[in-house]
Ligand binder design. Sequence first.
Ligand SMILES: CC(C)=CCC/C(C)=C/CC/C(C)=C/CC/C(C)=C/CC/C(C)=C/CC/C(C)=C/CC/C(C)=C/CC/C(C)=C/CC/C(C)=C/CC/C(C)=C/Cc1cc(C(=O)O)cc(O)c1O
Ligand SMILES: C[S@@+](CC[C@H](N)C(=O)[O-])C[C@H]1O[C@@H](n2cnc3c(N)ncnc32)[C@H](O)[C@@H]1O
Ligand SMILES: [Mg+2]
Length: 311
Amino acid sequence: MWFKSCRMTFACLNRMKSYRYPWTRPYSTSGTTVDSSEVKTFLALAHRWWDEQGVYAPLHSMNDLRVPFIRDNLLKTVANHQPGKPLSGMKILDVGCGGGLLTEPLGRLGASVIGIDPVDENIKTAQRHKSFDPVLDKRIEYRACSLEEIVEETAETFDAVVASEVVEHVIDLETFVQCCFQVLKPSGSLFITTINKTQLSYALGIVFAEQIAGIVPKGTHTWEKFVSPEKLESILESNGLSVQTVAGMLYNPFSGYWHWSENTSLNYAAYAVKSGVQEHQVPAEFVLKEEAEELQATASTNPAVHEELKK
Ligand SMILES: CC(C)=CCC/C(C)=C/CC/C(C)=C/CC/C(C)=C/CC/C(C)=C/CC/C(C)=C/CC/C(C)=C/CC/C(C)=C/CC/C(C)=C/CC/C(C)=C/Cc1cc(C(=O)O)cc(O)c1O
Ligand SMILES: C[S@@+](CC[C@H](N)C(=O)[O-])C[C@H]1O[C@@H](n2cnc3c(N)ncnc32)[C@H](O)[C@@H]1O
Ligand SMILES: [Mg+2]
């Protein structure tokens, strides 16, 4: 179209009771955040990631905002950094990495990045593309999996988790966020970009962007799955992630460029930090024996936990 020429196993769960104490491992009873219909949609486009003027042009263009957003906020967390490789020494998990459009620039900034995506064809595309650059080939690892599948082996591993243009495609956002918490180191950073759930995002993000202008392929988004910043902030805060920044992003379909905006009624970026304390609900029946002993020890100092353990 004329616009185109322009641009975890520990997921936490239902039936939980409220405790207020430093987090302990939750146990998944069901457990997926992956919507099979989304997988089908992305599978069909798995070979299109690196066509910079193609269906994923807006995501290529979004790097102009999100890469500096992630870089600059991460640099505030370190005393000094290596010129040229400012993110050197940092471990980043890129969840829903797709073809690696954001994974690669983060690797170029010196970070060790693991990119995961449930669509194996996306991972094949990403692996093929990074293989052309020996530096990236060493710095980036890709895996075809969901977030909940790697939580156990990567608990408290990452300095940062990135989920860019992903949460509007998942089911069970709360579980998704809890997994992000689990894999982050204490004080680790979480970066999310997504689309707000407003009448304007329906009019512009669905009717205009998909059905009229073809900025994104028809069926890319379901308005009901869009996430307001208020809802996202509430889920983050109640899961031990302290929101630092929410900033609006505006796509200009004429120029194909993104701009920061005061207005969050369409796209927005959020940055949160793992605070380490959660108002979590942990189902007593899901707490392993050693966890119960740990809690028992805690109970001696915390009556609230003591009460819960008696139930
Ligand atoms: C039950 C139910 C569904 C209710 C909905 C709520 C409700 C009641 C809605 C009613 C609202 C309403 C009034 C609807 C009327 C529908 C209608 C007649 C709409 C007309 C459309 C319109 C208003 C057109 C205006 C046209 C115009 C004047 C344009 C020129 C001005 C201008 C520059 C506009 C800017 C347009 C703009 C900002 C478009 C971008 C919109 C947007 C949110 C895009 C996000 C998409 C995107 C690029 C996200 C990243 C991304 C990318 C890709 C990819 O494939 O590249 C994939 C992804 O998964 C992504 O997340
Ligand atoms: C719009 S693309 C964004 C890709 C990449 N993050 C970027 O911004 O360039 C959304 C990606 O999320 C992946 N995805 C969908 N559901 C997911 C889930 N539940 N968990 C992880 N990734 C998911 C899709 O396979 C797709 O690659
Ligand atoms: Mg999207």
